[in-house]
Design a protein around this ligand. Structure first.
Ligand SMILES: NC(=O)c1ccc[n+]([C@@H]2O[C@H](COP(=O)([O-])OP(=O)(O)OC[C@H]3O[C@@H](n4cnc5c(N)ncnc54)[C@H](O)[C@@H]3O)[C@@H](O)[C@H]2O)c1
Length: 691
């Protein structure tokens, strides 16, 4: 195994550098290596001071996630022990911080006696994002260096802060442009450091008369968050203890960390984190799989999706041709893109120069002949097989050999579309979510003939666009929308039986969804889903689905775009109000189908909706449409507003217990007004419940 730490002397300073690509995670080998090097430096008569630095242009992003849950993660020296060694070192230790310095990486630096950072370094304690708090002294040391208020901000938000914003605090002794190592050695060799006993962070008295008030204000803010999560609250409690002795604070932090490890929220968040990382791993794709270039792109169709996809590509610096059917549509598309960028400039998120630079990468055209040299063509025209056929015949004719052909279809068969071309192995689906330049999810759809390197290139494009790419097989709706269909169908059944759209939305929003199904429906527009339902009724004999949403469409209540849907919007799109017309519609519909309404508990609402997702998810998994349960969770977390702290539908079901889920599914199947076929348990669900 390669050495993970290196030791050298420069101007009577021992430089200890550690390396563990890609992010210098503090693995057991790294911790042990640093501890040994520290010992060597203590004993080295030629070393007056010690500089600690990460290799490869960054300090450390914290724990090594590859060690999570293994004995190595808790083996001696633990991070706490290592930090103690640093802090109690008889010779001064200076941390030289470049690039990323997060979590345990920052806690290690907090234990040093001085810190020098490069101006582009980013420092933070993101543990709350995993439902935890900094467990190696961060809650006690950071407030002593940056003050209580800033420490609360950093620990409770988990967001990294640029070094330049911390330059005025005792956290950073020096901020330099470029490599901080030279500055750190300079400081280490200077009179400021050498003759004095090293100042220890733990010994800094915390003088903050408003500690209690600041903590109370933070608690009030956190209580208002939905759903309230335990980790940030516990973090504030532990920060509040900085008025006691350092060791008491450290002990409290430890207890809180261990308690949080066992909370369902932390388990959900950690699962979400690991599942996102695992999603990139796909059968048949290895690091050795070649990827094709992605230097220039073409987007066909400049409507809602095409414009958003174009912006996502331009944001990543990829020049592109934008193709439309006629000049008027092209002008509208360009105006849409300009609108997105202008709004960003107005909000101060983008400079006018940067907007102009991105816009200059855009080449609008009406001619397919112009786009033949693009490395990838992404189609986002109307959802009609006939229109798509025309487009792919044209693409097949003009695109250079090896170009990747992609469709953004939501519901059409990617294999059929690939069949319009003479090169189905170059074809895949790239299913973006609206707004395409904002939403993190990208379903990469693997067709029957898609070549491994085409799939690998699709995944690479996802990474380039900073999206979370999940591979899906071909089926109606792919992973996300296929599950959504089951969920929405169930939501309409709940209304037929007695719940109101408001009650259902409130129940799932209390569960933690960003938005309930009826508000989502109003946002997306009901005409699109009506067309899909009509197609399904025609294609699938025996397909059962409430006719209630069809009746809503007949009232011209198509959602926010017509100013009315399941809700009225007298005060604008953010303020849905209940609608007398919809209440009447629902009452008449129940009478027509012969259902007398009953009271339905919120818990039944949530279980029916979430288990509808789970049962369909189990089928998707079994059919091999999704590779692993975690991929399904990632789709729901990043594309559908499922509460992250619950880890996604499949993880949630596993935590509830498969047997319990199956029992509920069987109960729902016995509902006299239910759709028993809907609740046929997926064979995989039965197997999991049995095992
Ligand atoms: N809207 C969504 O939320 C969403 C999400 C994911 C995927 N999709 C899919 O994306 C595709 C586009 O959807 P949209 O909502 O952007 O539709 P849209 O109606 O807003 O845009 C379609 C655009 O395609 C253009 N077009 C039509 N025929 C063309 C042709 N032959 N050549 C070039 N351009 C042509 C139209 O002029 C129009 O500007 C559909 O397949 C849809 O299913 C939509």
């Amino acid at each position: 195994m390669a050495e993970v730490t290196a030791y050298r002397l420069e101007r009577a300073v021992a430089i200890i550098s550690f390396a563990n690509p890609p992010v210098n995670g503090l693995s057991h080998a790294v911790r042990a290596g640093i501890a040994t090097a520290l010992e060597r430096a203590q004993a080295d008569p030629s070393a007056r001071a010690i500089v600690l630095t990460g290799a490869g242009g960054l300090f450390s992003a914290g724990a090594d996630i590859r060690e999570f849950g293994t004995p190595a993660s808790t083996a001696d020296p633990t991070l706490r022990q290592l930090i103690d060694l640093v802090e109690t070192s008889a010779k001064p230790v200076i941390a030289a911080i470049a690039g990323t310095c997060l979590g345990g990486g920052l806690e290690l630096a907090l234990g040093a006696h001085y810190r020098v950072a490069s101006s582009d370094a980013r420092l933070g304690l993101p543990e709350v994002k995993l439902g935890l708090l900094p467990g190696a002294g961060g809650t006690q040391r950071l407030p002593r260096l940056v003050g209580v208020e800033r420490a609360i901000d950093m620990i409770v938000s988990g967001e990294p802060v640029p070094a330049t914003a911390l330059a005025d605090t005792a956290l950073l002794d020096l901020v330099v442009d470029g490599d901080p190592l030279a500055g750190a050695v300079e400081l280490a060799a200077s009179a400021r450091v050498a003759p004095k006993p090293p100042p220890r962070t733990r010994d800094i008295p915390l003088v903050e008369p408003s500690l209690a008030a600041l903590c109370e204000a933070a608690r009030t803010r956190l209580k208002a968050e939905r759903p309230p999560l335990p980790a940030p609250m516990r973090a504030v409690d532990v920060i509040a203890a900085t008025n006691g002795t350092f060791d008491e604070g450290l002990a409290l932090e430890r207890r809180a960390f261990l308690e949080l490890m066992e909370t369902p929220e932390s388990k959900g968040l950690r699962h979400a984190f690991l599942a996102e990382r695992a999603a990139g791993k796909v059968d048949g794709i290895t690091p050795a799989t070649p990827v094709r270039p992605l230097d220039q792109a073409a987007v066909i169709g400049a409507g809602t999706m095409g414009a958003g996809i174009a912006v996502a590509l331009l944001d990543a610096g990829i020049p592109l041709w934008l193709v439309e059917a006629d000049q008027a549509a092209l002008d509208r598309g360009l105006a849409r893109i300009a609108g997105i960028y202008d709004a960003q400039v107005t909000k101060g998120k983008l400079t006018a120069t940067e907007r102009d630079r991105r816009f200059a990468l855009l080449r609008p055209t009406l001619s397919y002949e112009a786009i033949g040299q693009a490395d990838v063509a992404i189609e986002a025209v109307f959802e009609s097989l006939e229109v798509k056929r025309e487009v792919f015949l044209a693409l097949d004719r003009v695109m250079k050999p090896g170009a990747i052909l992609a469709t953004n279809t939501s519901t059409l068969d990617v294999n059929t579309i690939a069949g319009f071309t003479q090169r189905p192995s170059d074809m895949l689906g790239l299913h973006f979510f609206s707004p395409a330049h904002v939403m993190r999810l990208l379903e990469v759809v693997r067709g029957r003939a898609t070549a491994p390197e085409v799939l690998a290139t699709g995944l690479k494009l996802g990474k380039t666009l900073r999206k979370v790419a999940v591979v899906s097989g071909v089926c109606d709706g792919f992973i996300g929308n296929r599950m959504l269909e089951a969920y929405t169908r169930q939501a309409w059944y709940l209304v037929e039986e007695g719940a109101t759209p408001q009650q259902i939305d409130r129940a799932v929003e209390s569960f933690g969804f960003a938005m309930g199904p009826f508000r989502v429906g109003d946002l997306v527009g009901h005409d699109v889903s009506l067309a899909i339902r009509e197609r399904r009724r025609a294609e699938r004999p025996g397909y059962l689905c409430s006719t209630l949403p069809d009746k809503l469409c007949r009232l011209e209540r198509l959602g926010q775009k017509t100013g009315a849907g399941w809700y009225d919007y007298p005060e604008g799109p953010r303020r849905p109000a209940s609608s007398a017309a919809v209440e009447e519609l629902i009452t008449a519909h129940r009478a027509e189908i012969g259902v007398s309404s009953r009271h339905i508990d919120d818990s039944e609402i949530v279980d029916r909706l979430v288990y509808a997702l789970v049962n369909e998810g189990a089928r998707i998994l079994e059919e091999g449409i999704a590779t692993r349960a975690g991929d399904i969770d990632v789709v729901y977390l990043t594309g559908y507003g499922f509460p992250r702290a619950r880890g996604g539908p499949m993880f949630h079901a596993e935590q509830a217990g498969w047997r319990q889920v199956l029992q509920r599914v069987r109960e729902f199947a016995r509902n006299p007004h239910g759709d028993p076929a809907f609740w046929t348990p997926a064979p995989l669900l039965e197997r999991l419940a049995g095992s």
